[in-house]
Design a protein around this ligand. Sequence first.
Ligand SMILES: [Zn+2]
Length: 73
Amino acid sequence: MPGPDSGICRTCRKLAPVRHEVRDRTVHMVTECAECGTTEALVSSDATTWQRRRETVDREPVPASHACRLNCN
Ligand SMILES: [Zn+2]
């Protein structure tokens, strides 16, 4: 099972290490594929909101099977 620092290369669709970099209030996802090299993608233009959301997710993991438990009728 891939860890939080693994992702999929956008070019060859293989598993590759991923890291997030914050630059000038924007968040970039950097994928380091052994075959394709380093590729980057803009994740968020608001690093503060992104980090706050990420911390909330880490604190309160919601299983996919229970994603609708709050307001789902
Ligand atoms: Zn690749």
